[in-house]
Ligand binder design. Sequence first.
Ligand code: NYM
Ligand code: MG
Length: 215
Amino acid sequence: PAPGGPRRGALVVFEGIDRCGKSTQCSLLLESLQRRGVRAELWRFPDRTTPIGGLINEYLQKKAALDDAVIHLLFVANRNEKREEMLRLLAGGTTLVLDRYSYSGVAYTAAKGVPHLDAGFCRAAETGLPAADLVVYLDLDPEQSAARGGFGSERYEKVEFQKKVRSQYGALADGRWLRLDASQPAEQLQAQVAAAVQRAVERAAAGEPLGRLWD
Ligand code: NYM
Ligand code: MG
């Protein structure tokens, strides 16, 4: 970092199929970071509070039908409308914990199997956004996630589709992802998450530059 300048925050992303436990782990992580005095914020994508997020919400709740390319690009736009604020917070030293990000964008759209919306197209649409310093991938068998409460009300929450999403995540994951077996108890998962996040926060603070998708 510049001498005397702020130490940048880390970009930590949680990914996984629906009902794998991301939101629980994100909240536990935020509490543990704040307890340790690390300045941090928790965001989720899609951000349903913006006008674009409102359209996405209607699509997910099956109140609106949209072309697959259009909904895909709305998810991309929803990340880009938060891009500058993300970069500003990170540069100012805030660690950002994201409940889903570009990796969801690729995995869910590519899982549809639409020929002109393959993983290559999806990845290309994300370039220009910052890459995660750490991706925490909570891997779970869709039969198990389906048995958890709340599953089944939104678009995409079907076991057969979730299996395809899981295989897309498998193709997307590189050696730097922290892949955890999400069937473990939440506290056990959190201990592994916290250790990896601490290392990511330290690397960011030491001046490791923020990457760009898909470097
Ligand atoms: N989703 C999420 C996508 O299809 N593309 C994306 O880019 C993102 C960020 O939206 N089923 C899907 C995954 C989920 C749904 O997310 C909403 P959540 O975390 O269930 O609110
Ligand atoms: Mg969901």
